[in-house]
Design a protein around this ligand. Structure first.
Ligand code: NAG
Ligand code: NAG
Ligand code: NAG
Length: 510
């Protein structure tokens, strides 16, 4: 619900010309709520003016959009508004550059930090801003600002020289106390944008707009570019490195990992789809595996590791052997795990710290069933998030793991999508999970008794996508589940067969 203040703010930002005249007299305490109102209502001219005169040292999107009493914005951030804010900051810097040092010191030099982290990635929605395009926009802005600063410095030098003072030295390097705004942001880069980002990071340390990366994500980027970019990132600010679809293999990863040891605050390392394959290892590759483990061990803050879609069969103990501190999130989807891997996990240092566990795509129906059950019991006191999508689990298997599952009293998320269970199996599961009071979201599969007769016994993802299902039966099931939740007074819990990726389900937001 909107507060009265927010409703008033919406009224105020609706008239650009009057707010413009009034800005000098508006108490600075009102800037945050006006910012949010202008952002939500897409009043870009007002937004620009507000940023241009921002009276605080920090402008944080996430804080402003969440804590200022307006609607809880689930909406993806508008591209137009985000660009307006960036332009507002540049205009602000432009002016200070033009004014030169003394005058600008007289001007209220407030804004120091533009915090753009935590903005939802708009993905491919054309109205919203994607992380990829935001990265490009800021990289270009940083390069532009740097160029402009050089030109201003040259002009100032020429002006002084023109006044007949031939002894003035060449333009001095940028002074320490020079006006600049730090931009804290998440970067998402691929081979198309690697060049511009590299240039930006190179000039960033002396540019009026300084990029500080929090989460770094690269997709389909060659090793060399990845190394160059990692080398340019600030060692203290990086929280997550996510290198996916890069097909680096073990040799490639072994080239990259040493460049990450400098990130002392690195909490999360995601390396899915990098094609580590431990089958038929030569002696040399075995050494490679060992050095990978050693390098992982040098990441002393690491809490989350994703090695999804690599073949790790039987080698988990070796891979994680270098880690001295327990992980809190482990994502091992489609890793062809063996019972020995599962047993290792359940007796490892990690098991009693795990908050998030993703074992999707491992066949938990057979030999892994009992080790998995043990693992679940061991992890039950901490586990918040469990994904066991596509694990070949039938009603019978669910029945076996239910007692361990019910021990996970803190569980918030359960993903069991694409397992061959029946409607009855799901209802049993629902009844047993009612006492899990923190459980908010369950993603359930289309049950086997909702398959169309034309569907094979073990349908593939393609069958799923084409949706050959008895839709009336699915709707009936959804109705039944909802009724059961209502009867148990647990309508706070969502049961859905829609796969959707929610930001807050990331370990770092748990
Ligand atoms: C900053 O100044 C440059 C050079 O005068 C100009 O081209 C650019 O449009 C200005 N940017 C903004 C956002 O005012
Ligand atoms: C990089 O990502 C952008 C935005 O998604 C896309 O338009 C571009 O084609 C990608 N480049 C490559 C080489 O895939
Ligand atoms: C699961 O793995 C076992 C062997 O470990 C195998 O017999 C069984 O067929 C697998 N199940 C499926 C559905 O692939």
């Amino acid at each position: 619900m909107c507060s009265l203040v927010f409703l008033c703010a919406q009224k105020v930002v609706s008239d650009h010309s009057s707010i413009r005249k009034a800005l000098d007299f508006i108490p600075k305490e009102l800037y945050p709520v006006l910012f949010k109102a202008a952002f939500v209502d897409k009043k870009t001219l007002v937004l620009h003016d507000l940023v241009h005169r921002w009276p605080f040292s920090v402008l944080s999107f996430q804080k402003l959009l969440q804590n200022t009493g307006g609607p809880d914005s689930q909406e993806k951030p508008s591209k137009l508004c985000v660009q307006t804010v960036i332009l507002g900051v540049i205009a602000y810097l432009n002016e200070s550059l033009k004014l030169g040092d003394q005058q600008h010191n007289a001007r209220r030099q407030q804004l120091r930090l533009l915090d753009m982290t935590g903005l939802q990635d708009g993905g491919i929605d054309p109205e919203a801003v994607s992380l990829w395009s935001q990265t490009v926009t800021l990289a270009k802005a940083c390069i532009e600002a740097s160029k402009r600063q050089c030109e201003e410095a040259k002009c100032a030098w020429k002006r002084r020289k023109g006044m007949g003072n031939t002894l003035v030295p060449a333009p001095a390097p940028v002074p320490e106390d020079q006006m600049y705004v730090e931009v804290r942001m998440d970067l998402f880069v691929n081979s198309t944008s690697a060049g511009v980002l590299k240039e930006a990071l190179q000039v960033s340390t002396s540019s009026p707009l300084r990029l500080k990366c929090r989460d770094f994500r690269a997709e389909e980027l060659p090793i060399r570019s990845t190394v160059e970019l990692l080398e340019l990132l600030d060692s203290g600010s990086v929280r997550q490195v996510d290198l996916r679809f890069n097909n680096l293999g073990l040799p490639g990863l072994n080239m990259l990992l040493p460049h990450m040891a400098k990130f002392t605050g690195l909490l999360s390392l995601k390396l899915p789809y990098n094609n580590i394959d431990v089958r038929r290892l030569s002696a040399e590759m075995d050494k490679g595996l060992q050095s990978f483990a050693t390098e992982l061990g040098r990441l002393s803050s690491l809490k989350e590791l994703n090695l999804g879609s690599s073949r790790l069969s039987g080698r988990l103990r070796q891979l994680l052997s270098g880690l001295r501190n327990p992980l809190e999130s482990l994502e091992l989807a489609f890793c062809y795990l063996l019972p020995s891997d599962m047993s290792y996990l359940s007796e490892s240092i990690h098991v009693s710290s795990l908050k998030k566990l993703d074992l999707s795509g491992n066949n938990l129906s057979d030999l892994l069933q009992h080790p998995f059950q043990r693992l679940l019991s061991q992890a039950s006191s901490t586990l918040l998030y469990l994904d066991i999508m596509e694990c070949k689990l039938t009603d019978q298997h669910l029945g076996v793991i239910l007692p361990s599952l019910c021990l996970c009293k803190k569980l918030r998320y359960l993903g069991i999508y694409w397992n061959p269970v029946s409607c009855q199996g799901l209802k049993t599961l629902l009844l047993h999970t009612i006492p899990l009071l923190d459980l908010q979201l369950v993603i359930y599969p289309y049950p086997v008794d909702c398959y169309d007769d034309s569907l094979p016994r073990h349908p593939s993802m393609t069958h799923y996508r084409h949706g050959i299902f008895r839709h009336e039966k699915l709707a009936e099931l959804a109705g039944d589940l909802h009724l059961m939740l209502a009867e148990a007074q647990r309508t706070d819990m969502i049961w859905t067969s829609e796969l959707y990726k929610e930001n807050e389900l990331e370990y770092l937001n748990l």
